[in-house]
Design a protein around this ligand. Structure first.
Ligand code: PLP
Length: 388
């Protein structure tokens, strides 16, 4: 180990890969009839795409999923094998590279089918295509009215040896609100669109619609493959579904910083930009050297929770670009003392879900926005179940 690895860090995001593997195993047990895709888009929700993808595969994830083709190609460049699907394409995208890298692609409309056919012709290899249906989300995907044409043209391209339609899929709008009427109508619509494609001759290897909340709460949505993102990282998709602990998941990321300064100040002292906080009496302040440039939401000014020296503290005043302050109430832990912004929550520390609540957002946004200035430190890289 070099000294820079042992030196206390300004800040670090510890990534517990044993927790990630346990989450993948728990999710596979919840959807025993389906294969599992670990969604590792956006650098694995801020956790680091390559180490997380490897850990997910070690725990039995048969598929990896990304939004952009560039993210999928980066997994291949890092040496990852196995099935990879990417779904967020724009005209002129790297279709040919995807085909040549054996990456599955999503097609939501005719422009995409034309581009993937051109790429397959150039590569001399058929593309593996998942046709995406808009069953009611109203975002990406093919509308029911346009589906017959997309299916027919895809089958024509398949007959010409340019594509293999391996997947039929869709995405849910309100899976995190169990009982929402759109869930039922989207599932009905999905079944109809799948049935139409199958009647026309599509023989999909996988039909898939479930994200994390649907994997956790809606077995009838599991079909052949579940696409789990946030749950793989041990974070609850929404407070309505309970905490990660309620769901049997373990948070993977812990965000920690070292106090940069502890000092005594008199009462009535303004703290940080705008003086939104004034010390109520003589007290001590701790300087936490992370800010909104590191992904700490400025909206959590005055509300974000931090565990310092065994005590839960609250952000005092504004969160600045690189730092914020906590009122330590007269305690004087030495500079360098660890401040835990969030972690699994079983040692009194807050969770990412607590930060989401403090900032008025969702926990997805908390973990995905932790900045590149914060080094990721990987723990439990070796698979303890390796030879079980
Ligand atoms: C991000 C994403 C997922 C994963 O969603 P989670 O709620 O994080 O499980 C699944 N499918 C698609 C299409 C996505 O974009």
């Amino acid at each position: 180990m070099t000294s820079s690895e042992t030196a206390p860090l300004r800040a670090r995001a510890e990534i517990d890969l044993a927790a990630l593997r346990a989450n993948v195993r728990a999710l596979r047990a919840l959807a025993p009839g389906a294969a599992l895709m670990a969604v590792v888009k956006s650098d694995a929700y801020g956790h680091g795409a390559v180490p997380c993808a490897r850990a997910a595969q070690a725990a039995g994830a048969e598929w990896l999923g990304t939004a952009t083709p560039e993210e999928a190609l980066a997994l291949r460049a890092a040496g990852l094998s196995g099935r990879v699907l990417c779904w967020l394409w724009t005209p002129g995208g790297p279709w040919r590279q995807a085909v040549e890298a054996d990456v599955d692609v999503s097609v939501s409309g005719m422009w995409a089918l034309r581009e993937v056919c051109d790429a397959a012709r150039a590569a001399g290899t058929p593309a593996r295509v998942h046709l995406k249906a808009d069953t009611g989300l109203g975002r990406n995907g093919c509308q029911p009215a346009d589906w017959p044409e997309l299916v027919a043209e895809s089958l024509r391209a398949q007959a010409a040896g340019l594509v293999t339609v391996v997947g039929l899929w869709s995405h849910l709008a309100c899976a995190d609100e169990p009982g929402h009427p759109s869930i039922r109508s989207q599932l009905d619509c999905f079944r109809e669109m799948v049935a139409h494609a199958e009647e026309q001759g599509v023989r999909p290897e996988v039909r898939h619609i479930a994200n994390s909340p649907a994997t956790l709460t809606l077995p009838e949505a599991h079909f052949d493959l579940v696409r789990t993102g946030i749950a793989v990282y041990g974070v609850s998709p929404s407070p309505e579904l309970g905490t990660s602990a309620d769901l049997g998941l373990r948070p993977v990321m812990s965000l920690k910083a070292s106090l940069a300064l502890v000092k005594r100040v008199p009462g009535g002292h303004g703290v940080s930009y705008g003086h939104l906080y004034t010390t109520p009496g003589s007290t001590t302040l701790g300087l936490v050297p992370v800010g909104y440039a590191d992904g700490i939401p400025r909206h959590a000014s005055g509300t974000g929770p931090v565990l310092v020296d065994g005590k839960l503290r609250t952000v005092a005043g504004r969160i600045a670009m690189d730092q914020f302050v906590v009122d330590l109430g007269g305690d004087e832990p030495p500079p360098g003392t660890e401040a835990v912004l969030f972690g699994p929550g079983d040692h009194g520390e807050p969770t990412a879900e607590d930060w989401a609540q403090a900032a008025g957002t969702i926990a997805y946004e908390i973990v995905t926005r932790i900045g590149t200035r914060v080094p990721r430190v990987y723990m439990n890289v070796e698979d303890e179940h390796h030879d079980v």
